[in-house]
Design a protein around this ligand. Structure first.
Ligand code: MLT
Length: 256
C-alpha cells in the first residue's frame, strides 16, 4: 500500500518525489497548486507512509511505477498531469512506458532520461554495502548536503539541516531497494521521441546530480518541450528557489 495525500480541487496533477525523500518535499508546490488543481502526492514504495519493498535486492523502477499506476486506478483518475523530481522522474518514464494514455502533460524536474553509467552503478553498490555495514545515518547526512546548490549553501547554511530533517529516517530496506532500482533502471531515452503531450523540464543551474546538460538533452529529445533553468538553485530547485520554480510550473499547467 502506498501512502499519499490529495489536496485541492480541479484537474488532477500527480507529483512523484525524489530519493531519499517523501511526498513532504512538495510542500511549496502543493500550497499553490491546490488553489486550482487536485494535487496527488504519493509516497513511493518504502518511503514516507508507504509499505517497504517486498524484495529490496530485486527492486526495479517498474515496481515503483506499477504501484503509482495502481494507485491512480484505485483512486479513479483516468488522465493526469504527471510530474517527477529526480528519482521521481525515473519513475515517471516507467509510468509513461506502461500507461502513456493516462498522461495529459509531463513535468520533469532535476532528472535525466538515461541510465546510470558503470561508475554511478558501482557507487550505488558501494553505498548499499556502506549502509548495511554502518547504518544509514552517515550516508544520509552527506547525501542531504549534496542535494543543495552552492548559492544556497553559502547564503543559507542552515538549509542543509532543513533538508536533513525532511529526509527523516528511511529504513535500510527502502534505501537498498531504491538504490538498486536506480542502478538497474533502463535507458528511457528511446521513449522521448514518442512523448506526445506538453512537457516542462526544470533544472537548477547548480544541480550537480542531474546537471543542466542532462536536462537539455532530455528536453531536446521531446517534441515542443519547454526547458526552464532556475538560477541560484542546486538539485533541490523546488525547495531552494520555490518562487521561480512555482511560477514556471503554474504558467505551464494553467495552459494545459
Ligand atoms: C534523487 O534526487 O532522487 C536522486 O539523487 C537521484 C539519483 O541519485 O540519481
Amino acid at each position: 500500500m502506498l501512502g499519499y495525500a490529495i489536496e485541492g480541487q480541479g484537474p488532477p496533477i500527480v507529483l512523484l518525489h525524489g530519493f531519499p525523500l517523501s511526498r513532504a518535499m512538495w510542500g511549496p508546490q502543493v500550497s499553490v497548486l491546490r488553489e486550482r488543481f487536485t494535487v496527488i502526492t504519493p509516497d513511493l514504495v518504502g518511503f514516507g507512509e508507504s509499505d517497504p519493498p517486498a524484495n529490496p535486492d530485486g527492486m526495479t523502477m517498474d515496481v515503483f511505477a506499477q504501484a503509482v499506476v495502481r494507485l491512480l486506478e484505485t483512486l479513479g483518475y483516468d488522465r493526469v498531469i504527471l510530474g517527477g523530481f529526480s528519482m521521481g522522474g525515473y519513475v515517471l518514464f516507467r509510468v509513461l512506458a506502461r500507461a502513456a494514455a493516462r498522461i495529459s502533460g509531463l513535468v520533469i524536474a532535476d532528472s535525466r532520461a538515461g541510465a546510470d553509467s558503470d561508475e554511478a552503478r558501482q557507487r550505488r553498490m558501494a553505498t548499499i554495502a556502506r549502509i548495511r555495514e554502518q547504518g544509514p545515518e552517515g550516508f544520509l547526512g552527506e547525501f542531504a548536503a549534496g542535494l543543495v546548490g552552492t548559492t544556497t549553501k553559502t547564503t543559507r547554511p542552515g538549509f542543509i539541516d532543513t533538508v536533513r530533517r525532511l529526509v527523516g529516517a528511511p529504513p535500510v530496506p527502502t534505501l537498498v531497494g531504491a538504490l538498486t532500482a536506480m542502478a538497474t533502471r533502463p535507458d528511457s531515452r528511446p521513449l522521448l521521441a514518442s512523448v506526445a503531450v506538453p512537457t516542462l523540464v526544470l533544472v537548477g543551474e547548480e544541480d550537480t546530480i542531474t546537471p543542466p546538460d542532462a536536462a537539455r538533452e532530455m528536453a531536446s529529445g521531446i517534441r515542443g518541450a519547454r526547458l526552464v533553468t532556475i538560477p541560484a538553485a542546486g538539485h533541490l530547485a523546488n525547495l531552494e528557489v520555490p518562487e521561480m520554480f512555482n511560477a514556471s510550473l503554474l504558467d505551464f499547467v494553467e495552459r494545459l
